[in-house]
Each structure stands twice: as C-alpha cells, then as structure tokens.
Ligand binder design. Structure first.
Ligand code: PNW
Length: 510
C-alpha cells in the first residue's frame, strides 16, 4: 500500500537559510522587488449589499442565494454605504492597491442598454475615494454577479448572446472609469462560473451537467466574451488610457503521487498534469497558445466546442498578464490505478471531472483551513513555476487572491488570527522562492480585505484580514491585517518555519 512516507521522498526539498545563532532558528528576511504590488481583494456581491438601491437590477446571485443558500448578499458588509470608512481603514493599514469588482447589474440593470447613472456614480465615488487616499484601484468586470435578465432570456453563459452583452458592458466600464483605472480583469475564475455554476450546481445559476457539456459550453462563451472585451479595450481605449487588461484564473497545485513502479508513477504524473490543464489550461491555453489543450480536445470530443480561426486570433495574446488565484494543493493519482489510497479522497465521477481521469487526495498530515482546504505553501511555489514555464506571461503573474478561512466565533478569536498570519506568511515565502527560481510574479493580493459573503456558505466562513461584525457592521483589523501592513511597509517577509505546515523537506517526518 502506498503511504505518505513514500510520497515525500520524491518532493524537492526547499532551502531554508539558517538564522544568526546557527542553531537552526531558521528565520530569514525575504526581500521583494521595489515595484512589487501588494494589496487586498474583494468582490461586489460579497461585500456591497444595497441589493435594491441605486437602480441596481437583480443578479443571478440574488436569485440563487434566496433559493439555495443559508444567507443572501442583501446587506453583506454594507460596503455600498460604508465605502469611505473602508477606504480610510485601508489607508490606515498602509495598503496601496485594492482589487474590487463592478456589479454588472448596477451598471446595466437588465444586462443590456445604456448605463444606469446611479450605478456609475457609485463606482466613480469609490474610485475617486481610493485615489484620494493614495490607493490604486484594480477592477474586475465579472466576479459572478450576472444580471438575472441575461440568465432568464438567454440561459446565462450557455447563451451565445451573453458574449455581445458582456462586450457592451465592458465598453461602458472602460468609457466611464478607464481614465482612472489602469488595470482591468475581465473575468474572475471562469472555472468557478462554469464548473460550480453549470456542472455541480453549487453556485448560481445552479445548473448541472452530468456529461460536462454545459461546463465546456459556458467556458467557451466566457473565453469569447473575454476576448471581445479585450479587443474593445485595445482598439478603443488602450491607446489613450494606456492601461493593462488581463484575466484571473484559479488553480490548485496537483502533485503527482509517487510510486516505485515507474509505469504507475508516470500515470500519476500524467493525471496530475491533466488536472492542471483542466483547471488552468482550459482557459490559459486559448489565451496564451490560441486553442484548448490537445488532451482536452482528445478526451472531451464534441462536448468541447471549437474556435474559428478568427476567434483563435482574437484569443491568442488577449491577456497582458496572468492573474492567478490560489488556495490549496492535492496529491493526484490516475483514476485507473485502483483504490490503494482512495480512502484519502473522493474518486471523481463523470463529465468534467471524469474526463480528467484523476483522483485528488489529501495528505492526512496536512493542516486544513476552515474550508477544509489543505495548507501546502510549497504547492504554490510549484504552481507558479508551472505557469511561468507553460505561459511565460509577458506582463508577469499577479497573484490576485490567496488566503484562508478561519473559524472565528468571537471578535477576540478573530483579532488573534495567528493561523491566518502563518498561512499568509508561508504562502508569500513560497511565492518568493518561486520568484528566485524565475517565476515573474509582480504582485500579491490577499483574499480578502473584509470578512464577507462566502457564496453558497454565506457568512459562516471568514476570509477577511479585517473582521466584520454583521450585527453592527463594526470593522476590526485582525493580526493578519497588521502582518500585511508590515509586509507592505518593509516590502519583505520574515520567513519562519511553521510547525503546523509541512514543507516538502519535512514531509517524511509525518
Ligand atoms: C474564490 N474551489 O472562489 C473567489 O474568487 C472568491 O470570491 C471566494 O470568496 C474565494 O475564492 C474563497 O472561496 C473559489 O473550489 C471558490 O477550488 C471555489 C474554489 C476556489 C476558489
């Protein structure tokens, strides 16, 4: 039987610089490049509230949360009314960059037609407030809150009609805000939109697809919408506005399970690679290489739509940089190799997951966050290097989200979030190690500035570096907020080995 012990021997050890006492205190300072971009991130539906104010239309998350979630975003962090206080807090923490998303149904209540002046006014005010406090805005156009009308009329991202609608919406945003917004992200994590929204049904609009066809079709339309919006920006706005535009994709790292049999080890390696392609290559290959990965084409057949030659040209090179969201890692075995350690994880079934023929497993000794996600800083290092090798994005890689949920039942618990501090410290240090090996990482955004509406899990999961009391809307910075402040101020992180998280070198101690 394969065990954790034999996994570890195949992982590359990380290098730690010994501390000054020579006795292995193992603390060292990792310096970042002078122009490195540090910040935090949020998303409109997760924090704004004010669901029926300012002429806002309904989004698919209003509908879905009412029908299928423990909570709604009706009030959330009430950021719509409290943005000035939030921006001041950001400034007081010394944060200089902020990634937020625009709510499409605030700009176009029914998803088409002229801009809603009140919605535009809100984002004008937010952007001006940020700039007045010395904070640079980075704006995501689509962080999952599709206007409900587009779902009702066209089946959301299953409908080709949503592509020109997104183009129109993007144009309105570039025209209104592009004089002050110099970094744009078209989509946040289309993987989640498509897999969770049209495959498993965990996210809005709650559609399911046993054979995966809807997953691939919605992904195809997201890609075409991304390309159309980038084309509009480049032709109509970029020459004068001189900003950058890209996309944010999410991926776990998939570490192949080791095996003493060379053939089986190769199967696991291929399965791990496939899982990364299905997560990241699905979107990044069309954007950096002009088409879907060949492995996907071969295994999905006609369920994976095809691009025309014209569409391939439009897609290729359509991201000035790679935005990457990363939260966790898994070990992967080829699904065909039996069940020798399958009790560690869930075998995948059918459709989008079955196509990958890989099974994700957790290591029993890995620390877990309150989401149940494994804490594996060295997986981040490997993922960044994988992205660098496969895509070498000309404008670099921006880590647009990384963070963890911690159970914080009380304010007292929240302000001592040492687990989050250790998590962030470990991941930032791992990112630094990737940079030393050639990963062109230009920025890092902690998820999230505030505790917020964690989608289908509502307010039960807290990702913020600032606590939100949902009864009073009081904001209280946690220890992690002070940690980020000091990282920003020193442009460095103190690397200290944390006994809770196994690095590759210590895994065999498990
Ligand atoms: C991201 N997964 O979602 C989103 O961009 C955020 O809005 C969200 O709050 C944050 O991460 C934390 O969940 C993800 O299943 C949802 O691997 C699911 C996954 C990854 C990211």
């Amino acid at each position: 039987m394969q065990t954790a012990v034999s996994i570890a021997k195949h992982l590359v050890p990380r290098t730690f610089v010994e501390g000054g006492d020579g006795a292995g205190s193992e603390v060292t300072t990792l310096k970042f490049p002078a122009d490195f971009v540090w910040g935090t991130a949020t998303a409109s539906y997760q924090i704004e509230g004010a669901w029926d104010e300012g002429g806002r239309g309904l989004s698919i998350w209003d509908t879905f949360s009412r029908a299928s979630c423990p909570d709604t975003g009706d009030v959330a962090c009430d950021h719509f009314h409290r943005y000035q206080e939030d921006v001041k807090l950001m400034q007081s923490l010394g944060l200089k960059n902020y990634r937020f998303s625009i709510s499409w149904p605030r700009i176009q209540p029914t998803g088409r037609g002229p801009a809603n002046a009140e919605g535009v006014a809100f984002y004008h005010a937010l952007i001006d407030c940020l700039l007045a406090h010395g904070i640079t805005p980075l704006v995501t156009l689509y962080h999952w809150d599709l206007p409900q009308a587009l779902e009702t009329e066209h089946g959301g991202w299953l409908g080709r009609e949503v592509v020109p609608a997104f183009e129109e919406y993007a144009r309105l945003c570039f025209a209104a805000f592009g004089d002050r917004v110099k970094t744009w992200l078209t989509f946040n994590e289309p993987w989640c939109t498509c897999v969770l929204g049209y495959g498993t049904g965990e996210h809005a609009p709650g559609a399911t697809s046993a054979d995966g066809a809807k997953v691939y079709l919605s992904g195809h339309h997201c890609l075409l919408a991304h390309a159309a919006a980038v084309d509009v920006y480049r032709r109509e706005f970029q020459p004068a506005q001189r900003g950058a535009i890209g996309i944010t994709l999410n991926a776990n790292w998939n570490e192949p399970l080791a095996h003493s049999d060379v053939a089986i080890a190769a199967n696991h390696r291929d399965a791990a690679e496939r899982m990364t392609l299905w997560a990241l290559g699905w979107f990044a290959d069309p954007i950096w290489k002009g088409d879907y990965p060949e492995e996907m084409r071969a295994r999905c057949g006609p369920r994976l739509p095809s691009f025309t030659e014209e569409e391939k040209v439009l897609l290729k090179g359509s991201s000035d940089f790679l935005g990457l969201n990363h939260y966790s890692s898994d070990f992967v075995q080829d699904s065909g190799d039996g069940d020798f350690i399958s009790h560690w994880g869930k075998p995948s079934k059918g459709g989008y997951f079955g196509d990958q023929h890989g099974t994700a497993l957790t290591h029993p000794a890995w620390a877990r966050t309150d989401m149940g996600w494994s804490v594996v800083p060295w997986g981040f290092e490997k993922l960044l290097l994988w992205c660098q090798r496969r895509y070498s994005p000309a404008g670099g890689i921006y880590v647009t989200e990384n963070g963890c949920a911690v159970a914080e039942p009380t304010k007292e618990a929240a302000i001592k979030d040492d687990f989050r501090v250790a998590f962030l410290n470990g991941y930032v240090a791992a990112m630094h190690q990737a940079m030393e090996q050639g990963a062109d990482v230009r920025g890092y955004f902690a998820w999230s500035f505030l505790d917020n509406f964690e989608w289908s899990l509502g307010y039960s999961k807290r990702f913020g570096i600032v606590r939100v009391d949902y009864d009073t809307q009081e904001r209280t910075p946690k220890a992690s907020a002070r940690w980020l402040s000091s990282v920003v101020a020193s442009n460095a992180v103190q690397l200290a080995r944390d006994a809770r998280f196994m690095d590759a070198a210590t895994m065999h101690a498990a």
